[in-house]
Design a protein around this ligand. Structure first.
Ligand code: SAM
Length: 500
């Protein structure tokens, strides 16, 4: 009989229940048992992330979960299909495990998560996965899965063991159960099928794993690599101190750029992603075939090799100098002759200056000796808000100020803004427009998210971003100036031309 919690097939209920069962297992199972079976279950948030990597499809799915435990990985994939309502014509799940203790829960979980689909079924194989894979390979019953999702057992395997023997049948000489499992899963995957695995990072280098790296390179393209920045964060309920990576492979597919992502822990709150060419992962002529996974820092410096920085361009960026609560007495709701415009983020609409505004914010500041020192003369400036809200799609929102926006020769900026200027004087016109285009591009937003996990944009962050050289910045500025309507497509198309 189906357990009650699944009757509604509510995804949240499923995920909560799997988490409860995982934590129960982590606490109740002896270390000895866990070690014997290489048994550490995957936190649901990680399983959910792994499932999210598969591209959506409406073709029949034949999913393999080798070393399935209580079925967290396979169930999370079913949840994704359900949540996104894929029009998949049929689903078949094969789950392997050899531990008698998990079968009942595994059976309940698979039964319940697959119940929502028509034309679906599952099987639980209680045989040794490696042995079964070797037999299927020998009998040419391999290449039958379209998807594999796996967190294989981790255990060294000695030279004359049966595991080494089975792996050898599959054409792989390897030293650990996890790499043997992955090799076997690759063998059982059809061409263009996907394998998503969470495994220790150790196979990426080291002489013992060279045959395994060669096996991967011969049979698969690497699509995606995800890293957890802290060693102990992926399996924090267990005492697993391995550095783990999530890797997505595609069987016999053409190798393209590889998407790398980082996050600190299993909440994925600060996920940052970027793409690197394959040559950056596998260096040309590297006889050892090491997989070099770039760190965030390396990516940052690569970016700066290709582009200019603000210093090269003679552009400065400063935080708005006026801290309003310190000069409350000088603030004016409305502009008057004896004042200067004081600019807040409310004074920008669709990336252009829109002042004065009826709002809670002042529009002007009375002339004083202190204020006079903080004035920017009539000219072209670019302004970026320092604080965006979580709901805003973009972190960096840049707007232009032109000489026509000045009611007199000077205005100043409140502290919640960043201002681009040329040593407190006007930027050249095309450069100012170029900056607006560049800073508002999706490309820059993605680069910014590499360095920063929060919504605040400081002057230092803006200094650390890559910028095109003077000529190119000026060129896109000139083009943007002639565009009547500014929107994301316009920014991205113009900025994108520099990327070609
Ligand atoms: C690291 S756990 C992962 C469990 C599950 N995939 C998850 O992510 O929560 C590995 C599982 O592989 C199973 N296992 C170990 N050796 C196996 C073998 N030779 N064949 C099939 N399963 C095996 C263990 O019992 C364990 O449940």
């Amino acid at each position: 009989m189906k357990p009650q919690f699944f009757e509604k097939t509510e995804i949240d209920t499923i995920s909560e229940r799997l988490e409860e069962e995982r934590i129960f297992h982590a606490v109740q199972t002896s270390d000895n048992h866990k070690e014997t079976y290489g048994q550490y279950f995957t936190p649901y948030s990680i399983a959910d992330f792994m499932s999210s990597l598969f591209p959506a499809t409406d073709k029949p799915i034949r999913l393999l979960d080798p070393g399935a435990g209580i079925g967290i990985l396979a169930c999370s994939f079913m949840c994704r299909i359900l949540k996104e309502n894929w029009q998949t014509s049929s689903i078949h799940v094969s789950a392997y495990d050899i531990d008698n203790n998990v079968f009942t829960t595994l059976n309940e979980n698979l039964a319940a998560s697959i119940a929502a689909f028509k034309n679906s079924d599952y099987e639980i194989q209680t045989d040794d996965f490696l042995e079964k894979a070797a037999i299927e390979y020998v009998w040419h019953k391999d290449r039958k899965y379209t998807h594999v999702i796996m967190n294989p057992p981790y255990k060294k395997i000695i030279t004359n063991s049966k595991e080494r023997y089975y792996a050898r049948i599959l054409g792989l000489e390897t030293v650990n159960l996890y790499s043997a499992f992955m090799g076997a899963a690759i063998s059982l995957t059809e061409d263009n099928g996907y394998i998503v695995a969470i495994v220790p990072r150790s196979f990426c280098n080291g002489v013992y794993y060279k045959p395994f790296r060669e096996f991967i390179l011969k049979n698969c393209a690497i699509n995606r690599i995800h890293l957890f920045e802290s060693r102990d964060k992926a399996f924090k309920d267990e005492s697993v101190l391995q550095e783990n990576i999530i890797i997505m492979l595609q069987k016999n597919a053409v190798q393209q750029n590889i998407r790398i992502s980082y996050c600190n822990d299993d909440s994925f709150a600060d996920l940052s992603e970027f793409e690197v060419p394959f040559s950056q992962i596998l260096h040309e002529n590297d006889k050892e075939k090491f997989f070099h996974i770039p760190t965030k820092k390396q990516v940052e410096s690569k970016i700066s090799e290709k582009y200019s920085n603000l210093k090269d361009l003679n552009i400065k960026v400063s935080t708005g100098p006026i801290v309003d609560f310190r000069i409350k007495d000088l603030l004016l709701k409305d502009y008057a002759e004896n004042s200067y415009p004081l600019v807040y983020s409310v004074h920008f609409k669709n990336h252009r200056f829109s002042w004065p505004q009826k709002s809670k914010k002042p529009n002007a500041v009375l002339i004083s000796e202190e204020v006079k020192k903080q004035l920017f003369p009539k000219g072209f400036y670019v302004v970026v808000k320092r604080f965006s809200t979580k709901e805003e799609r973009k972190r960096i929102v840049a707007s232009i100020i032109t000489p026509e926006d000045f009611v007199k020769n000077g205005m100043t900026f409140e502290n919640h803004l960043n201002v681009f200027h040329a040593d407190k004087t006007s930027l050249s016109e095309n450069i100012a427009y170029g900056l607006v285009c560049w800073l508002n591009s999706t490309y820059i937003d993605e680069k910014f998210r590499l360095f920063s996990g929060h919504t605040q944009v400081n002057a230092t962050d803006l200094r650390n971003l890559p910028y095109p050289d003077f000529g190119n910045l000026s060129k896109i500025g000139e083009r943007l100036k002639s565009e009547k309507e500014w929107n994301q497509t316009v920014f991205d198309n113009l900025a994108g031309e520099l990327e070609k």
